[in-house]
Design a binder for this molecule. Structure first.
Ligand code: SF4
Ligand code: SF4
Length: 97
């Protein structure tokens, strides 16, 4: 049985092209630069905002293997929060093992 893709319940990174009204409208995001660094890899800046306005992003993949919710490079949390942390757009649901 497949499992549901976790949703990005909110994202406060308002200068990202996929963000509007504190929601992420990419179809799916990728998280994690390093095992212990849960950066949103999908973040990018543009003068126009994009994404599918009726979509709420899922977490398509996560490379932050040091997170308790990470199972074989996929996220098993029910949903995640994203926001700025130390000048980077990060998954705030990250929990070190
Ligand atoms: S979750 Fe990532 S891609 Fe989506 S709006 Fe936030 S920073 Fe941008
Ligand atoms: S909660 Fe953990 S496994 Fe899920 S996206 Fe965030 S850092 Fe990755």
């Amino acid at each position: 049985m497949g499992r549901e893709m976790p949703k990005v319940s909110d994202c406060s990174v308002s200068n990202c092209a996929y963000n509007s009204n504190k929601a992420c409208h990419a179809m799916a995001i990728t998280v994690g630069d390093e095992p212990n660094d849960p950066t949103c890899d999908t973040f990018f800046q543009s003068s126009t905002h994009g994404g599918a306005k009726d979509a709420t992003a899922g977490v398509g993949a996560c490379k932050a293997a040091d997170c308790q919710f990470n199972e074989e490079f996929e996220c098993s949390a029910p949903n995640i929060h994203v926001g700025m942390k130390e000048h980077e757009p990060d998954c705030l649901t990250f929990q070190p093992r």
